[in-house]
Design a protein around this ligand. Sequence first.
Ligand SMILES: N[C@@H](CCC(=O)N[C@@H](CS)C(=O)NCC(=O)O)C(=O)O
Length: 204
Amino acid sequence: MLLYDKPECPFCFKVRIALAEQGRSFEHRPHDAPGVEDERRRLSPTGTVPIVVLDDGYVMTESNVIMEYLADTGAGLLPADPEARATARALAHYSDTRVGQAVREVIFEKRGKPEAEWDRERIAAGAAVWENECLPYLAEALAGQEYFAGAYSLADAALTARFALARAYGLLVPGGFENLQRWYARTSSRPSFAAAAPPVAGGA
Ligand SMILES: N[C@@H](CCC(=O)N[C@@H](CS)C(=O)NCC(=O)O)C(=O)O
C-alpha cells in the first residue's frame, strides 16, 4: 500500500492513525516530493491528499472512502452494532466539518505568520466555535464512555487528529470538559498516535 500524504493535513493524519491502529505497513509518498504533484493530479480528480494506492494498483481518494475501506478490510475501526456504527460515522463527519472549520480558522491564521500579524478576530471566532459549540457537543456525545462509539472507532481517529492539531495551535480543552480531557489523554497515548502524529503535534 502506498500513501500520498502531507504531515499536517488532518485528513491524512486520521488515515495514518487508522493504518497504525490496524498495524498495516505502507510506503509513504510526501505530497511535496519531486514529481508528486503531477502524480497526485493524475491519480485524484481533485489532486488532494490523502491518496492510497493498493498493491494491485487500485487507487482510492477521499479520506472517508479510505477510512471505510480500512474498516471493511480490517479490525478496530467500526463497531459491530449498526447504531454504534452510525454514531461513529456521524462523529467522524462532525469532526471533518464543524470541528474542522473551527480549528482551521485558528491554524490558517497562525501558521507561518509572525504573531504581530495575526487577525485576532478570526482566531477568536474559531476559538468561540471550538469552545462554545464543539466541546459541549462532543462532551455530551462522549458522556459515560471511553470512546465515542463505545469502543475505539474511526470517529476517535478523526477527532484525535483534530484535537492534536488544535492543541498545537493553542486551542486547548479547558476545565469543565474533564471527560474530553481524559479521552484525549487516553487516545493520544495509544501507539497509533505516536506513529502518526506530525512534528507539530509531537510526532517524529
Ligand atoms: N475531502 C478531502 C479533503 C482533503 C484535503 O483537503 N487535503 C488537502 C490537505 S489538508 C490538500 O490535499 N490540499 C491540496 C494541497 O495541499 O496541495 C478528503 O477528505 O480527503
